[in-house]
Design a protein around this ligand. Structure first.
Ligand code: HEM
Length: 208
């Protein structure tokens, strides 16, 4: 397997390093804002960049298990950091909308939600991520036992809603949008195949 040789080197990289690296996009967005390089519409510039970084982390998090199964590259111990970074960027993206775009005007925010239904998909995706972020600590993993896995299955609908929200906010879906949709569909497909094969394996073992 091509990824296995990298596993030894990765053993020396602590998950904390991923959190630090994950803050670089935020530092970059802050820098662009302060230096005036964020674009003609700074609010949109900030909002869009935060949403895009969130997508990278959330979809990246979904890729960790298939990557291990297919290439042998084991990034499992970074999955919590990647997921929490994704959640953090979605929260910052939502905050940018509430504070910078809507200026805390709740009636305006409600009107915006009615006018742009894809925002509701984004909010639902975010809401599904909240219990996952809250139970991502080791104590919750122990306390919830088998239910932890069941609960964390929600990451699939949550990220799918995030991608759908991203596609729907485009007037015409760009080639980049199609790529994100294809990557998500591929990851969900691989996950289904792995699960199906696992079930078949159990059936065969039972029959044997
Ligand atoms: C899983 C959750 C979410 C993900 C992955 C996500 C991701 C994205 C992405 C990638 C974009 C487009 C960026 C670009 O074109 O460069 C976007 C746009 C946007 N998102 Fe989200 N988002 C999520 C949730 C939310 C939530 C909760 C809100 C707040 C209501 C929100 C508000 C917006 C807005 C206002 C835009 C810009 C739309 C426009 O310019 O017309 N998103 N989002």
């Amino acid at each position: 397997m091509p990824g296995v040789s990298l596993n030894g080197a990765l053993r020396r990289v602590p998950p904390g390093a991923v959190y630090l690296l994950g803050l670089l996009p935020l530092a970059w967005i802050v820098w662009l804002t302060l230096s005036g390089g964020i674009g003609v519409d700074p609010v949109k510039g900030i909002e869009h960049r935060l949403g895009k970084v969130a997508l990278w982390f959330l979809v990246g998090g979904l890729a960790i298990t298939p990557l291990r199964r297919i290439t042998g590259l084991n990034l499992l111990r970074y999955r919590r950091a990647v997921g929490l970074l994704g959640f953090g960027y979605v929260a910052a993206h939502l905050l940018a909308w509430v504070v910078l775009d809507m200026g805390f005007l709740w009636a305006q925010a409600a009107a915006d939600l009615v006018k742009r239904p894809y925002l509701l998909l984004g909010i639902t995706g975010f809401a599904l991520l909240v219990p996952l972020a809250l139970t991502s600590n080791t104590a919750s993993v122990r306390r919830l036992g088998r239910n932890w896995r069941r609960l964390h299955w929600l990451v699939y609908p949550a990220v799918s809603l995030g991608v759908l929200h991203y596609l729907m906010q485009m007037k015409v879906i760009s080639s980049e949008g199609w790529i994100w949709a294809a990557v998500l569909a591929g990851l969900l497909g691989v996950r289904l195949v792995l699960r199906f094969r696992g079930r078949l394996g159990v059936l065969w073992a039972d029959a044997g």
